[in-house]
Design a protein around this ligand. Structure first.
Ligand SMILES: *Cc1c(COP(=O)(O)O)cnc(C)c1O
Length: 234
């Protein structure tokens, strides 16, 4: 077992997560040289976000619009905190998402992109955007197909207050390693093509606790970790 274990505080868990990321980078052949860590703070109180921030964590993810908004308002004094919205987007929530988030990582419809753009314009800000891909082509997951990426990227590129930064995916199953590798590699290929077309593209958000090593070995530039930093959700 080469993964280190520390005792149970947020600071120690963050250290462990960074160690695990470094270990996966060293072990992999074609990984990115730098992989960012998103701390997924859903259901956790703002005090725990602040504790992680105090220990150097800057990127946080939330997947309920109302909860993101609340935590955004409670952390406005932390000027370099970076909030990502990673949940399904309802049209009637685009306004509070645009207000609260720096990044929206789950964009999968032109209609939502257009709404986010006009809210961002009104707020005088630019939102960083990831397209969510339904990589397992599962009917229960949100996201577009890989074959639809170019079309949605093109339309986002015309919206002045959105900056296209890359792709995000949540796979369906974690127990079939070969299938995961195949899906992550397909994402990576699509990411490189997109980057070739749009120089602003620099982020491939793949991998959670269970599949972080595989995601990093397939070229992920950002992993999303919740429980392993903040503990179990009730
Ligand atoms: C909750 C969530 C995570 C983190 O999951 P954990 O099991 O808590 O590590 C990552 N990505 C997304 C999209 C999530 O909703």
């Amino acid at each position: 077992m080469s993964k280190k274990e520390h005792t149970n505080t947020i600071a120690n868990r963050l250290t462990t997560a960074h160690d695990n990321i470094q270990f996966a980078i060293q072990k992999a052949e074609k990984s990115a040289t730098k992989v960012k860590l998103m701390a997924v703070s859903k259901t956790k109180p703002i005090e725990q976000v602040r504790e992680a921030y105090e220990y150097g964590q800057r990127i946080f993810g939330e997947n309920y619009a109302q909860e993101l908004h609340q935590k955004y308002l409670q952390s406005r004094d932390l000027t370099d905190i970076e909030w990502h919205f990673i949940g399904p987007i309802q049209s009637n929530k685009t306004k509070i998402i645009a207000e609260s988030a720096d990044w929206v990582d789950s964009v999968d419809r032109e209609k939502v992109a257009i709404r986010l753009n006009s809210h961002a314009e009104a707020l005088g800000k630019t939102l960083n955007i990831l397209l969510q891909v339904n990589i397992s082509e599962s009917t229960s997951k949100s996201g577009i197909l890989l074959s639809e990426v170019n079309q949605l990227a093109d339309s986002i590129n015309t919206l002045e207050h959105l900056s296209l930064r890359g792709l995000m995916a949540i796979p369906d199953v974690y127990d079939d390693k070969q299938k995961l590798i195949q899906e992550f590699n397909a994402m990576h290929t699509c990411f490189l093509e997109l980057q070739h077309q749009y120089p602003s593209v620099d982020t491939l958000s793949l991998g959670m606790s269970q599949d972080m090593d595989i995601a990093i070995s397939c070229g992920s530039t950002m992993v999303r970790i919740g429980t392993a930093i903040f503990g179990n959700r009730n």
